[in-house]
Design a protein around this ligand. Structure first.
Ligand SMILES: NC(=O)c1ccc[n+]([C@@H]2O[C@H](COP(=O)([O-])OP(=O)(O)OC[C@H]3O[C@@H](n4cnc5c(N)ncnc54)[C@H](OP(=O)(O)O)[C@@H]3O)[C@@H](O)[C@H]2O)c1
Length: 395
């Protein structure tokens, strides 16, 4: 499913969240992200020395702040391209894994390594070969895109994985990957998971998130809905509302990742929310319920085949949604039972929605305009498709 792959393959770019906007019934949780204002979560039983590869992307900053609040010592490793300030006390090491510059990791010891941004197995090899014997746990952030979903009835951690069959995955270069992200994203994550396990054996933790949402997600693959619903009027909604969807708030993912390090939990885990299943209608009406005021907000549910005949793409133009006729729809029903047993918790949909909207509203105008273009239907196309749907229905 090209569009889903494209979107799951893309990385989020924007970061930072600021003042809270009007128009919401939900109490603010994401006010201006002062890097030094840590969440009030209490100390962990034992402080850890944590190395976070990445640490300034979408989930990294939440890992960093949560880890500090729990009393851990944090080192991050990245190229230093993001301009947000790191919280006080965080050590930053610089290097470029794509260019195989990882020497800054040499000669140091950590309790746990969290590997956030890896897309190619050689990234793991380069880091893990240095860190082997110098860290007690390697937490690898993978993706549910590793699953070979077509033809499956359900997805658990044991479901079949996409495999790279064109040679040694360690030989796949950055250039090859960039040219064919859609095909290679899941396959290279599978191979990267194996590379992590090769070096760290049973001290490896593999976390496979579904769609990561919340403040800071510039891909707009969930944020479109709070944004669109907040605008009001007649809203094109996909299918009949009963298709299931899954999302995970970046903060739930980040905090749980740190707790997995604290608990020394090893193995493979899907990280998908919410706790129980959620349909598209539950998602959209749930978000609608967070919007205050008496403005007109109406959903018009348009069947999947009509949307397809009007070139409205699932996932891309109708974010979070895959029709049940799509063979990969099963990925929206990925089991999270194992992760919940290992302590994964979930913020409410309302919090994710309101904080996503608040973050968007606080962006500089040009950045906001760019983010809005990243996913969802354009205003014009929505109008055109709705008009065609009404015309057809009245014939
Ligand atoms: N977004 C989703 O919906 C989704 C869904 C499932 C799984 N995932 C996975 O979840 C992870 C998400 O991580 P994320 O979004 O927080 O981060 P990310 O965007 O994947 O990575 C960003 C971090 O990695 C650093 N980085 C990027 N390229 C680097 C390089 N060549 N060398 C060294 N550091 C580099 C960045 O800092 P600099 O730019 O300064 O180097 C930044 O700290 C990814 O592995 C993704 O595949 C995402």
């Amino acid at each position: 499913m090209t569009d889903r792959r494209q979107f799951l393959g893309a990385t989020a770019a924007a970061s930072g969240f600021f003042a809270f906007g009007p128009g919401s019934l939900v109490p603010r949780t994401a006010t201006r992200l002062d890097p030094d204002r840590l969440p009030d979560v209490g100390s962990a039983p034992k402080p850890l020395r944590l190395l976070i590869l990445g640490g300034t992307g979408l989930t990294g900053p939440h890992q960093v702040r949560y880890a500090l609040a729990r009393g851990h010592t944090v080192t991050v490793f990245n190229r230093g391209r993001r301009n947000e300030r790191l919280p006080k006390g965080v050590e930053e090491l610089k290097g470029d894994r794509a260019a195989r510059q990882v020497d800054a990791l040499k000669g140091r010891d950590w309790d746990v390594v969290v590997d956030n941004p890896t897309s190619l197995p050689f990234w793991v090899k380069d880091a893990a070969s240095i860190l082997k014997g110098h860290a007690g746990q390697y937490v690898f952030i993978s993706t549910i895109s590793v699953y070979d979903a077509a033809g499956q009835q359900s997805i658990t951690e044991e479901s079949p994985l996409l495999e790279y069959r064109d040679g040694d995955p360690l030989a796949v270069t950055q250039e090859q990957f960039s040219k064919d992200v859609e095909t290679l994203y899941g396959r290279m994550k599978t191979a990267s998971e194996r590379e992590a396990s090769k070096w760290f054996g049973n001290q490896t933790t593999i976390i496979r998130p579904g769609l990561i949402v919340g403040p800071g997600d510039g891909s707009f693959r969930f944020g479109y809905w709070p944004y669109r619903i907040d605008k009001g009027g007649e809203i094109l909604a996909p299918g009949d509302g009963t298709d299931s969807i899954q999302i995970i708030d970046t903060r739930d993912l980040a905090e749980w990742t740190v707790r997995m390090a604290e608990n020394g939990t090893f193995g493979t885990f899907n990280a998908c929310g919410p706790r129980a299943s959620m349909t598209m209608a539950e998602q959209l009406y749930g978000i609608r319920g967070t919007i205050s005021g008496d403005r007109d907000i109406r959903f018009t549910w348009v069947p999947a085949d009509f949307l397809a005949s009007h070139q409205v793409t699932p996932w891309g133009e109708m974010p979070t949604w895959l029709p049940r006729s799509e063979p990969e729809h099963v990925i929206s029903k990925t089991s999270n039972v194992r992760a919940i047993a290992a302590g994964l918790t979930f913020r409410s949909l309302a919090i994710s929605a309101v904080d996503s909207l608040t973050w968007l509203q606080a962006l500089a105008e040009t950045t906001r305009a760019q983010v809005i273009k990243n996913a969802g239907l354009s205003e014009e196309k929505e109008k055109t498709v709705l008009a065609a749907w009404h015309q057809r229905a009245t014939r």
